[in-house]
Design a protein around this ligand. Structure first.
Ligand code: FE
Length: 334
């Protein structure tokens, strides 16, 4: 490369805060998954293969918008983010490439990846019921739908409907139960609320622990974080819908960008992240579950018990997201 042609690259690298020393076959990742959850994996991959990985982290929305705005000039080879709703949006915005990989097909169950192979789940997060062990009696909890029962009046806490996790939960309920039935249930939840919705899962659990309400719906890794900090908290996990469709699960995942300059290298990284070698670390770092069924969950996480999970393709979480948002609005779920 001549000095002159290197200048535009250097300028671009400076603007993007990406080191100018980046080699031709290094991989650039835009990640909405936080640095402490990805860096150990990237370091391990670099050590194993010699391939360097440069990354930036931000929220999913801005990263998606940025890749779109950068168009064919994007330095991003891979987008990593949480929630199938976000991954579906990225695919829908046409910024992800379809990847044909027998390795990914083998490692990742079909319902946890895009039917058109544009995004792939890399860890499973279960969104389940957490309840007060002091005030909830055996048999009171059965299903997500059951939390709409009048017996839960004034006993339920929820996180805001603005969070994509709840939008995906409700979208998957629409896929399973239809819009009318889902709306009845969401209205029932709203009727049963003890407090206005919380800004995050942890606050909702703390409200249960403090006696403001008796149960809430959260991702299990937040429960794990809270219990590790405060082991005496009188909360427990309940796995709902076990005789039906199973627990609502979502994913963190990734896709290779449509304009990736290092597409082959990015696919190799994606394949490695789904491998038995990487999956344990990937899931354990955030107390999540591996997508690769050949890999056991972290013992601490496994201690919360086995459960049946919903196997509806998570693409539905994206497809039905707009309808879910409108439904929650109609039902008065703030
Ligand atoms: Fe989260």
């Amino acid at each position: 490369m001549t000095k002159i042609s290197a200048w535009p690259l250097l300028i671009m690298a400076a603007i993007l805060c990406i080191p100018a020393s980046q080699a031709a076959d290094d991989i650039v990742v835009y990640s909405a998954r936080k640095e402490h959850l990805i860096k150990p994996l990237f370091d391990a991959y670099t050590e194993k293969t010699g391939v360097n990985i440069t990354y930036i982290t931000d929220k999913a929305g801005p990263l998606l918008a940025r890749i779109k705005a950068e168009g064919a000039n994007t330095p991003a080879d891979m987008l990593m983010t949480v929630d199938a709703g976000n991954l579906w949006q990225a695919a829908n915005e046409d910024i992800l490439a379809s990847v044909d990989s027998p390795v990914l097909d083998k490692h990742i169950p079909a319902h946890l990846r895009d039917p058109d192979n544009r995004w792939f789940g890399l860890s499973i997060r279960a969104r389940t019921i957490v309840y007060s062990t002091e005030r909830v009696k055996d048999g009171e909890l059965v299903s997500y739908e059951g939390l709409a029962d009048p017996s839960w009046k004034g006993r339920l806490c929820l996180r805001t409907s603005k969070k994509v996790y709840n939008q995906s939960l409700v979208a998957m309920m629409i896929a399973r139960l239809g819009e009318e039935k889902t709306e009845q249930i969401v209205r029932g939840w709203v009727d049963n609320l003890a407090t206005p919705p919380f800004s995050n899962d942890t606050k909702a659990m703390q409200a249960v622990a403090a006696g403001q309400c008796d149960a809430t719906i959260v991702n299990t890794y937040y429960y794990g974080r809270l219990l590790r900090k405060e082991p005496d908290t009188k909360l427990a996990i309940f796995w709902p819908n076990q005789s039906g469709n199973g627990v609502h699960v979502n994913i963190s995942g990734a896709g290779v960008t449509k304009h990736a300059r290092h597409s082959e290298a990015a696919i190799k990284l994606l394949e490695w992240l789904s491998s038995t070698e990487a999956q344990n670390m990937y899931a354990s770092l955030n107390m999540e579950y591996p997508v690769n069924t050949a890999v056991a969950a972290d013992p601490y996480v496994a201690g919360w018990g086995d459960f049946v999970s919903d196997t509806t393709n998570l693409g539905k979480a994206g497809e039905l997201q707009a309808r879910a948002v409108m439904l929650m609005d109609r039902a008065g779920y703030k």
